[in-house]
Unconditional design. Structure first.
Length: 169
């Protein structure tokens, strides 16, 4: 496990814009199914990050040696009857920081924030055969469904998806 210097709640994309763009491009180039195709253009990644924040989205980044090595989002439901739930999205780790505990620390951090926000139900989806399944299950997420051909990987190959939930106490 690497020593994270900090996990930051980002309220202004501009401060970490270049690091976020680079992270996203690297993750897509390495095959992560993030709703974008390879090659991910700089402008595409920049546009995504410049439009991600809202009053219902919390963005967290992991910093090691002044470099963005991971990120995760918490999407708070804005539905009147869904104030108890949120979705975890875009958990990504830079390829050179994988298998070093970054994703786990980000996930644990976002779980704490969700609880602080009064959320008791968390949802997420991931590629069925992807490595993230093991992480989510280790943190108590429960598989509730599989969806065939849910999304395409960055190279256009259809991948099945897994859907998970977790109840927070």
């Amino acid at each position: 496990m690497i020593q994270l210097k900090e996990i930051n709640n980002i309220k202004d994309i501009k401060v970490h814009q270049e690091g976020l763009v680079t992270l996203f491009q690297e993750v897509v180039a390495n095959g992560a199914s993030m709703n974008f195709l390879y090659p991910m253009r700089y402008e595409t990644a920049l546009h995504y990050w410049n439009n991600v924040l809202s009053k219902h989205v919390r963005l967290f980044i992991a910093i090691v040696d002044k470099e963005v090595v991971g990120t995760v989002q918490l999407h708070l439901s804005d539905k009147e009857n869904g104030q108890h739930r949120a979705e975890i999205a875009k958990l990504m780790t830079h390829p050179k920081a994988r298998r070093k505990g970054v994703a786990k620390l980000l996930l644990q951090h976002v779980l704490k924030v969700a609880k602080q926000e009064g959320r008791t139900l968390l949802l997420l989806d991931t590629e069925k055969d992807g490595p993230a399944n093991k992480l989510y299950q280790s943190e108590g997420f429960i598989l509730y469904g599989e969806i065939p051909a849910y999304s395409q990987d960055p190279f256009g190959i259809y991948k099945d998806g897994n859907c998970y939930y977790k109840l927070l106490q």
